[in-house]
Design a protein around this ligand. Structure first.
Ligand code: HEC
Ligand code: HEC
Length: 708
């Protein structure tokens, strides 16, 4: 008998799946019995199924002090008021206010970035781009014709020449302590579209780290399961015992608070954000709710700094991040007893994942166990009451992040490679070791491993299957992990030797079995919360009328700025404003008629300027006589829409189009129209009277995504 889930899938996916289904019918039509057996088997491998189940908010791992003990300190307690405030802080660009020209900061980048500039919900909290950019970056992403969200944050072109001229600032104590290398690729100048691709390190500029552009020389990790690690960052920098050579935790904070504290400094917020936040009544109110004791102190002394400070900011954000989990993936449902939640292929992949390599499986479980699938099976239990200190750092023989080339220049050491855990502990036994990461929400998250070493999950699985180091130096180090290179034992050949079909099965389990759409798209019925601020968070007029009364505008951050990023390209990506590019484009038109006698005007539209036309092209048909209709219109412009702000390329503001004109939203290939590039667009008109010469109109081209 077919399982119900399979039947749905086959109805959904049509004939390709049907053929596949018939070919593999026996294996796919797994019986309920085998799902139950698999569940039991997985439980045996990890010491009980409860080791894999994501707890509810009240039972998420509580914060621990650096030495691993639990803390009752109210400083670290999670509350809903702190979480909501922390979320809004994380995404509000108002906080990136520490832009200091003396250190190379560019004032135009003030309040253009946020934590959310590099941590995007669509990419599991990763950046989704090869290089991550906060201030000094522009754009967020656009939705392509197939409905996929494509990240495109990139370095601002106007900042590139400044960087070339700037000297090194080795004494800039403001941002020194993190591996924050700020620089860009020479070949990106004049060719921003290519910025998304991994360039060869040879193209790097040699200026070192500057405040003009905030970029970190590691892949941005997925942020799911922050609470499950008491060391943060790939080398375990944050939450560490301060006495360690590479640690910086003078207040003995737990990992969540320490990581946020370090990042306020790295990401242009510390010392400057409080003054900005204190000016925003809705934020002050949220701080009052989240920190009643501090609010009382501030009231007593009349000093708002006691309530709104770097300290309260970092505590609220740590709470927000501690509650980032996914709970309703097919795998979670399977663990909870739903035999149809995983397809037969995903079940085969799960079986391989959880079977030790010495028993013929893929052995992933040995480093990817626990609810977030990022612990070793016998690591001390994060949910238990004993000590818990992170053990899961390994050297997989990986290559370095491309931006580290700058590190080599700054150190004047061409052989330096990001040494991971070693940088923190100073121990030779830790060289090139990096923390094992979560397996949740990998699908579409763009880049994998600390060095951006792969761009799709299957390639990662194949890398583990081969067991061969990517880099000669890290692969030759004494720390190179035998469980990676010789998972079946030292006398066996390297790698796992799995077949292509088995690699596919593991990939399917990781991509689809561990993906939860509610982390990306708001689902009021899900116990998984969206990472990005959602309609529930930001519709103050309905859910928080008190904040609305204090000036919070629906759909925007409490500061009134857009979510995450606030540069012109990002605002166009978000459909908040448009650029009039009519003069940048030239058109030729061929007039035809279709079978129904309607006029069909086929336009060839060419970018005749020297700059890229970004985002979608909104093609507005103006002055069309009353009895004619644009049949293939995407919509009709509305007059007086406050969202519709139109700029000229010069930066001057122009009144938006009047209401009532039909328009077509054209999704550009790769989100851009390069100089010299053309696209073709067809306009279909029907008219009351069949008099061709009556059809007159003019075209206005606006660039920007979303509805007009
Ligand atoms: C310029 C891009 C950028 C910005 C802005 C940024 N991050 Fe990150 N974030 C990264 C990168 C890259 C890493 C990985 C660094 C490492 O492992 O050393 C990271 C790591 C982290 C981690 C550790 C996750 C883990 O699993 O170890 C947390 C937590 C985090 N960021 C939170 C924040 C917060 C809070 C902010 C705002 C204050 C912020 N980030 C701003 C790029 C950024
Ligand atoms: C010996 C421990 C170990 C084993 C075994 C292991 N992993 Fe990992 N895995 C790691 C570490 C460590 C990282 C992070 C390395 C880094 O970023 O430098 C990682 C990262 C990953 C990532 C990248 C996640 C991301 O978001 O970047 C994937 C995917 C992955 N592992 C899948 C697997 C699969 C599939 C298997 C089994 C075939 C497996 N791992 C076996 C230690 C291990």
């Amino acid at each position: 008998m077919l399982r119900r889930a399979n039947r749905y899938r086959f109805l959904w996916m049509g004939t390709a799946t049907l053929t596949f289904f018939l070919l593999c019918g026996g294996a796919l039509a797994a019986q309920d019995g085998s799902a139950t057996e698999l569940r039991q088997y997985i439980g045996q491998q990890v010491g009980g199924l409860d080791k894999l189940i994501v707890p509810d908010d009240a039972h998420l791992p509580p914060p621990r002090l650096p030495e691993g003990t639990l803390t009752n300190n109210p400083l670290f307690q999670n509350t809903e008021a702190k979480r909501y405030l922390g979320k809004l802080l994380f995404f509000d660009p108002v906080r990136t206010a520490r832009i200091i020209p003396q250190y190379g900061g560019v004032l135009a980048t003030r309040k253009t970035g946020s934590c959310g500039a590099c941590h995007l919900g669509e990419f599991a909290g990763k950046a989704g781009t090869a290089l991550n950019f906060n201030v000094g970056g522009e754009g967020r992403g656009y939705t392509d014709a197939a409905g996929n969200f494509i990240a495109r944050r990139r370095a601002r072109v106007d900042i590139l020449p400044r960087l070339r001229e700037s000297p090194l600032f080795p004494d800039d104590a403001l941002v020194d302590e993190l591996p924050t290398l700020t620089d860009v690729y020479q070949f990106a100048i004049g060719d921003p579209g290519r910025f998304e691709k991994l360039p060869p390190p040879g193209f790097l500029l040699a200026t070192g780290r500057l405040d003009a552009l905030d970029s970190v020389a590691r892949n941005v990790p997925g942020l799911i399961g922050v609470a499950f690690n008491n060391r943060q960052f790939a080398g375990g920098f944050a939450g560490e015992i301060d006495a360690l050579p590479g640690a910086l935790n003078p207040f003995n904070f737990s990992a969540g608070e320490n990581v946020t504290q370090l990042l306020l400094d790295a990401h242009r917020m510390q010392d400057f954000q409080s003054a900005e936040l204190q000016e925003i009544p809705a934020f002050v109110e949220l701080f009052r709710e989240a920190f009643p004791d501090e609010a009382a102190q501030a009231d007593d002394t009349g000093d708002l700094n006691q309530l709104v400070s770097d300290n309260t900011v970092l505590r609220a954000m740590a709470t927000f991040m501690r509650e980032l989990v996914t709970r309703n993936t097919p795998f979670d449902k399977f663990l909870a007893g739903d035999n149809n939640a995983l397809t037969a292929q995903e079940q085969r992949g799960a079986k391989l994942f959880f079977t030790p390599a010495t028993d013929g499986g893929a052995g992933c479980v040995s480093c990817h166990s626990g609810p977030m699938l990022n612990k070793q099976v016998n690591d001390p239990d994060v949910t238990g009451s004993g000590q818990f200190v992170e053990e899961n750092f390994f050297n997989l023989g990986l290559s370095d992040h491309p931006l580290r080339a700058l590190d080599r220049l700054a150190r004047n050491n061409p052989d330096f490679i990001d040494d991971g855990r070693h940088e923190i502990t100073g121990l030779d036994s830790d060289i090139y070791k990096f923390r094992a990461t979560t397996m949740r929400q990998l699908k579409g998250s763009g880049f994998f491993f600390h060095g951006n070493n792969f761009t799709n999950v299957r390639d990662v699985v194949q890398f583990f299957n081969a067991g061969v180091a990517q880099n000669a130096v890290t692969g030759a180090a004494s720390t190179f992990e035998p469980r990676f290179s010789h998972p079946r034992g030292s006398n066996s050949p390297p790698g796992l030797g799995l077949g292509e079909g088995q690699v596919d099965d593991i990939t399917a389990f990781l991509e689809d079995g561990l993906y939860d759409p509610a982390f990306v798209t708001y689902d009021p019925n899900s116990t998984t919360l969206t990472f990005q601020p959602n309609v529930r968070d930001l519709t103050y007029s309905v859910y928080r009328p008190d904040l609305a009364a204090l000036g919070a505008k629906d759909g925007f951050m409490p500061s009134g700025l857009p979510i995450s990023v606030n540069d012109p390209l990002s605002r166009r990506d978000a459909g908040l404003e448009f650029l009039n590019v009519t003069n940048e484009l030239t058109t030729t038109v061929t007039v035809d008629r279709d079978a129904q006698g309607r006029e069909v005007d086929v336009y060839q539209i060419t970018n005749n300027s020297s700059s890229v036309v970004d985002t979608n092209l909104q093609l507005i048909v103006r002055g069309l006589a009353n009895n004619a209709r644009l049949e293939d219109a995407s919509g009709i412009t509305q007059s007086g829409d406050p969202k519709l702000v139109v700029y000229l390329p010069s930066g001057d503001l122009q009144p938006g189009p009047e209401g009532g004109d039909p328009y077509i939203s054209v999704i550009l290939p790769n989100g851009v129209l390069e100089p010299g590039q053309s696209i073709s667009e067809t306009l279909v008109f029907s008219r009351g009277a069949p008099n061709k010469s009556n059809l007159t109109y003019s075209l206005l081209f606006l660039s920007g995504q979303g509805k007009l």
